[in-house]
Ligand binder design. Structure first.
Ligand code: PEP
Length: 279
């Protein structure tokens, strides 16, 4: 685990296709009762419908980052049903999730569209959160690392090496995700987490953070974070209730040694402040 002194411990959730505005309000109201500890970087990816609502409800100095679960690479145009990076940013997104296996499996997302979206996110001053991960059939024949290497190299292929330090990568083995997923052990993910860090280094930088996702809960979070190449957790079901998210934040704060002290600076640690030239 990284020390909180040099890097925050990332803990975030995607709500996927869940929550009405009233439900989103209840979540954020409860979350706001919890002072975010130092050393923790929380983020929430609501559905597009709730993004601006959460932005408006979060205090301006909140350390909680918001993001969208997808956005198109084109700046604007006739792309029915999509939103652009600019629109996501306008609605409050700092992060853009790109390439989740749901999108690859059900909505025609490919390595090529992932690469276009990653480049578009960076061009708009957004932080891509790139999801990679192999299916069970690939893992079963020992192909996980090769599979993720190719996915990641393709995802970064449209970016300038200098921008790679602004991406977040989430390793989410498909077999570990969702209600039918089998939680991964740290031994099962350690090799891929190391590989991700190597691929990014070979591309000319180090990622801003490399997260693990897939059936994370309070019971396995500490074990998963014991891997030195894992800089945080990306969580679905276990964080859909604010109480569950808060429990994970508390646990991560203890692991990061942050204690219960609330963050004194509200500014999230964003690379964009130092790299505006990329716009
Ligand atoms: C996911 O689908 O990205 C995910 C991490 O879900 P869960 O935590 O529910 O397995």
């Amino acid at each position: 685990m990284r020390s909180q002194k040099s890097h925050p411990l990332w803990v975030g959730t995607s709500w996927k296709m869940n929550k009405t505005l009233a439900e989103a309000d209840r979540f954020i109201d409860e979350l706001l009762t919890f002072p975010i500890p130092n050393g923790i970087q929380p983020f929430v990816l609501p559905p597009h419908t709730a993004l601006a609502r959460l932005r408006d409800r979060l205090p301006a100095d909140s350390p909680i980052l918001l993001g969208a679960q997808n956005a198109h690479w084109a700046a604007e145009g006739s792309w029915t049903g999509e939103i652009s990076m600019r629109m996501a940013k306008d609605a409050g997104a700092t992060l853009i999730e790109i390439g989740h296996s749901d999108r690859r499996q059900h909505f025609g997302e490919t390595d090529r569209t992932v690469a276009l979206k990653v480049a578009a996110a960076v061009a708009h001053g957004l932080t891509p959160l790139i999801c990679v991960g192999e299916p069970l059939a690939v893992r079963s024949v020992g192909g996980a690392e090769d599979f993720v290497r190719v996915q990641l190299q393709n995802a970064l292929s449209e970016m300038a090496p200098a921008a790679i330090g602004q991406v977040i990568i989430a390793y989410e083995p498909i077999w570990a995700i969702g209600e039918h997923g089998n939680p991964a052990s740290v031994d099962q993910v350690a090799g891929v987490m190391a590989l991700i860090n190597e691929v990014v280094a070979a591309a000319g930088s180090s990622a801003w953070a490399v997260l693990y996702g897939g059936s994370v809960e309070t019971e396995n979070a500490a074990r998963l974070l014991s891997d030195p190449n894992t800089h945080g957790l990306f969580v679905g079901r276990a964080a859909w209730e604010a109480s569950g998210f808060i429990e994970l934040l508390k646990l991560c704060a203890r692991l990061a040694g942050a204690g219960a002290e609330a963050a004194t600076t509200s500014s999230p640690i964003l690379p964009w402040t130092a790299t505006a030239a990329l716009h």
